[in-house]
Design a protein around this ligand. Structure first.
Ligand SMILES: [Zn+2]
Length: 175
């Protein structure tokens, strides 16, 4: 079956009234802020978003995004596979409507509609996945090219060596 691309933008209120369901993909190439952190920039994100209206009358987008990505291990520097995933529930608001904002239950994330009443789904998915990225991705100790023993000897650390400012001062004094 041909995979459908998720629309870039969407009128969430109309989609909620129609109870639209989007089930498709976003190509990773379209998510350049995310791929900055990835080794492999080819691939796709599987996305499913269900639109509906809750008992309070709010438009709600219930969704999930998942992708198998390749990042660099912070310990050994080699590429590693990572299953990136996020589940989210958003309700759309107009940017300047503080009264409406105050009524939104805490379980929802808020997404601001633009002047055309639309939201950017692609950006939403990208933001979710960027937030899901671990700050310091690392292989499991058993799979890593730098073993835990090597680490404990302190020969090879995950941090690059920083020049010691005092060492530089000493060099200067010698001259
Ligand atoms: Zn590693």
């Amino acid at each position: 079956m041909q995979k459908v691309k998720i629309p870039v933008t969407l009128d969430p209120v109309k989609a909620a009234q129609k109870r639209s369901i989007f089930d498709g993909i976003v190509p990773l190439q379209n998510l350049t802020r995310l791929t900055e952190s990835l080794v492999e920039k080819q691939g796709e994100v599987a996305v499913r978003i269900e639109c509906g209206t809750d008992e309070q009358g709010l438009a709600v987008l219930n969704g999930e995004a998942a992708s198998e990505v390749t990042v660099r291990c912070e310990r050994c520097g080699e590429p590693m596979q990572l299953a990136l995933g996020s589940e989210f529930v958003y309700t759309p608001v107009k940017g300047d409507d503080d009264a409406a904002l105050a009524l939104i239950p805490e379980r929802y994330d808020v997404i601001v509609r633009d002047e055309h009443g639309e939201i950017n789904l692609r950006q939403l998915v990208e933001d979710e996945l960027i937030l899901a990225l671990p700050l310091f991705p690392m292989h499991d100790a058993a799979d890593c090219n730098i073993s835990a023993e090597a680490m404990s000897f302190g020969d090879i650390g995950p941090e690059p060596e920083k020049p010691n400012p005092f060492a530089i001062l000493q060099e200067l004094k010698k001259k």
